[in-house]
Design a protein around this ligand. Structure first.
Ligand code: MLT
Length: 246
């Protein structure tokens, strides 16, 4: 039976983050990759959008589509949204894939940086944010050998709506530690990260593996924070292997 694979993008991306994966994964699952609240075409005017707001918005669109047997697959901020959704609707989550993310809350320093990012998005515009983020989200090899990926990701981030990005940045600062939510999850889970992810170093993934009762860790070589984009074939293979084990 086909699972409903829900692909949740990171910050500041939209559903097109999943372009390199969508087709391959559609062979083994019904894929749904929405724009999270504040991104892509889904931009309500709000001052702040929390991970719980995004999870509620996701729940509304899933309910409208009458989906069940959900497998949530979230990258970074998408992972935070997946954990917020799991906390609220555990009975709906049949599978969980957490990519390049963490279950812990922001430090005080990181919270202050979120407000700076929010103001920069509004005052300086998304082109500046996109250029600043690129070196942090792609590993050295991708940056040097894959100008196509560099350009695609810069364009994708730069076209996001500053208001939605600012609202999400403020919401990111408020997210609670959800390690206990992971502890309560007893089904099989998968954690994927990039060997060179500077934003989410390996110990953050190992901590999630320890919290989860039954999870496997896959570390993709020559990948930074955007492991699904930098290593789409290995990423898809990991997801497909996991789906077939459910
Ligand atoms: C993301 O990629 O979604 C963000 O980098 C997550 C974060 O800043 O915590």
């Amino acid at each position: 039976m086909h699972h409903k694979l829900i692909l949740l993008h990171g910050f500041p991306h939209d559903k097109f983050l999943w372009d390199p994966n969508r087709q391959g994964l559609a062979d083994v699952a019904d894929v749904y990759a929405p724009d999270l609240w504040g991104f892509g075409a889904n931009v309500p005017e709000r001052r702040m959008t929390t991970m719980d707001d995004m999870a509620e918005d996701l729940h509304r669109s899933i309910a409208a589509r009458k989906m069940d047997r959900l497998v949530l697959c979230g990258l970074s901020m998408g992972g935070y949204v997946a954990m917020a959704f799991l906390e609220r609707w555990p009975e709906l989550v049949h599978g969980l894939i957490l990519c390049n993310t963490r279950s812990t809350a922001d430090s005080e320093e990181a919270k202050a940086a979120r407000e700076v990012t929010a103001n920069d998005a509004l005052d300086k515009g998304m082109a500046v944010i996109a250029r600043g983020m690129l070196p942090k989200v792609l590993c050295r090899k991708t940056r040097h050998e894959r100008p196509d990926i560099v350009e695609r990701m810069e364009t994708l981030m730069a076209r996001q709506h500053p208001t939605g990005v600012a609202a999400a940045s403020r919401g990111l600062a408020l997210r609670p530690d959800r390690t206990a939510t992971l502890r309560s999850y007893t089904r099989r889970a998968l954690v994927i990260t990039g060997a060179e992810d500077e934003l989410m170093p390996l110990p953050t993934s190992q901590a999630m593996i320890e919290a989860l009762a039954n999870a496997e860790l896959v570390v993709l070589p020559d990948a930074g924070h955007l492991s699904n984009v930098e290593q789409p074939h290995l990423f898809n293979a990991a997801v497909m292997g996991y789906l077939s084990s459910l």
